[in-house]
Design a protein around this ligand. Sequence first.
Ligand code: CA
Length: 243
Amino acid sequence: MAAGGVHQLCRDKNTVMKRILIVEDEAAIREMVIFALTRAGFEVDEAADAAEAQTRVFERLPDLVLLDWMLPDSSGIDLARRFKRDKAAHEMPIIMVTARGEEDDNIRGLEAGADDYVTKPFSPRELVARIRAVLRRISPLEDEGLEVNGLHLDQASHRITSHGKPVDLGPTEFRLLQFFMTHPERVYSRNQLIDRVWGGTAYIEERTVDVHVRRLRKALESHQHDRLIQTVRGAGYRFSPQM
Ligand code: CA
């Protein structure tokens, strides 16, 4: 069964609706997602397999792809890699949809260039929150700052303040903090941080990550924010406002 067609509830002339492509072979899940995303104000396009997904993407680039891991004609991760290698599609954000208990898949998905993942079964609310977080991360509004417990990072001006007082950071520490603040509540290994903060092509030793994390903590310490960056033994680092 072909899964073509664009779903949308309404279109406000003044706002550009974000277009999400859902790639999923199970019609019931696809319909649930389409319903939830349409209600949340997204325009939704659908594809039931990898071939159809490619056609849709190259017809018109969506703002984000929700990509199921298990597809009948290709694995979702292979398709993600293909998109990430493609000149036109490589910047298109991808959220992988994986099965419960396949933690390895989640990590492989991120390594293949996916921006995030959701695990089945997911609630519509969780899905919408993840999509919004990724879209915000990709194109933060010019004047939109990030704020956690009084620590404020302004992405447009690269200024950081704590309860209004300036916090002085080097460029690497700034990028590290920006990454942490846009990816809270998740543990990142040193290698993942190298990939995401320094970029995949940089040759950086794991110890270098520790050095920059230490510097960042030191800069945050005098403002009592150093505990936001937590060491997770044997795993890496986590940014969390909770202890
Ligand atoms: Ca599937």
